[in-house]
Write a protein that binds this ligand. Structure first.
Ligand SMILES: [Zn+2]
Length: 113
C-alpha cells in the first residue's frame, strides 16, 4: 500500500468515517463509510457494494468496466513506448504481443458496454 493512500485513510478516520470490513472491488483497498455512503479513499470515489450472490447493478458493472478500460489504456501507453524503443526484433515482438492482448481486452469491454 502506498503511504499516500494510507495517509488518506487516516484522514478519513479522523473525519469520523468508519472503516468497513470490505475491500474496494476495483483496487482492493479497505472501504470507509462516510455519511451513509461507502467510499474508497484510493479511487477517491463512492463504491457501490453488492451482496454476494446478487447480480451487480448495471451501474456497478459499467463503473468496473470503465475503470478497467482506463487501466488498459494506461498500459497501452506504456507498451507504445516499449514498441517505439524496442532495440531488437525479439523485444518488438514481445511488445506487439502485449499490445494485441490489451487491445483484445478493450474490444471485449466495448462489447459489454
Ligand atoms: Zn478503490
Amino acid at each position: 500500500m502506498e503511504s499516500e493512500d494510507l495517509q488518506k485513510m487516516v484522514d478519513m478516520l479522523r473525519r469520523g468515517a468508519t472503516l468497513l470490513s470490505r475491500a474496494c472491488p476495483v483496487c482492493n483497498s479497505p472501504l470507509f463509510k462516510v455519511g451513509g455512503k461507502i467510499w474508497c479513499p484510493t479511487c477517491e470515489k463512492q463504491v457501490i457494494v453488492v451482496k454476494e450472490g446478487e447480480p451487480p447493478p448495471p451501474e456497478l458493472s459499467s463503473i468496473l468496466l470503465s475503470s478497467l478500460a482506463n487501466v488498459i489504456y494506461e498500459k497501452l501507453r506504456e507498451v507504445e513506448v516499449r514498441i517505439r524503443e524496442a532495440e531488437d526484433a525479439g523485444e518488438l515482438q514481445e511488445s506487439l504481443r502485449l499490445a494485441v492482448g490489451l487491445l483484445e481486452v478493450l474490444e471485449r469491454i466495448k462489447r459489454l458496454t
